[in-house]
Design a protein around this ligand. Structure first.
Ligand SMILES: [Zn+2]
Length: 173
């Protein structure tokens, strides 16, 4: 048994694209959003096709998007470990879905956080029902993001400030 090291995170290459609010935000530069250049369809995307897909149990769904050659990384893996039913058109669509989700989810989360902080700070005493609703919106989103595996975490300092402000506002409400 060895002591596992604690390594710093290594973000993928990214471009800072400008969001609807005119601010720059993180956007990953995977060539293929179906498999994130890994050759294996992302589990949360695979679930859109195989509803009860379980990556710990099921064959690895091979990405076959036409312009994506990442599947080559998996040559040599015994065929019975791979799921080759994800056709190029399926992978193309999964790529499109993931790309548009990246654009939309981040924008939405940011807008909601902004609105939430505004609501809470505007109301000196917030009714319990409202607070619960606001809390639910945030927790549902976080929950959904985790489920989807999008990993929408605050990246920029400004987004981090919003999340911190949300937590503070909830504590004080
Ligand atoms: Zn791919």
């Amino acid at each position: 048994m060895i002591q596992l090291p604690q390594l710093p995170s290594l973000p993928v290459r990214s471009s800072n694209e400008v969001g609807p609010d005119g601010r720059e935000r993180f956007y990953p530069e995977w060539k293929c959003f179906c498999c994130r250049d890994s050759g294996i369809v992302d589990p949360h995307l695979a679930k859109l096709v195989v509803a009860d897909y379980n990556r710990d149990r099921d064959r690895l769904p091979l990405c076959q998007k036409s312009e994506c050659s990442a599947f080559k990384k998996w040559t040599g893996i015994p065929f019975e470990n791979l799921d080759t039913r994800f056709t190029p058109s399926i992978c193309q669509e999964l790529d499109r879905i993931h790309r548009s989700d990246w654009h939309q989810t981040r924008g939405k989360l940011y807008e909601q956080a902004k609105q939430f902080v505004k609501d809470v700070t505007n109301a000196k005493s917030i009714r319990l029902r409202d607070r619960t609703t606001a809390e639910e919106v945030i927790s549902q989103h976080r929950h959904q993001d985790v489920l989807n595996g999008w990993g929408v975490e605050p990246y920029t300092d400004e987004e981090k400030e919003f999340v911190a402000a949300c937590k503070k506002a909830l504590d004080n409400a």
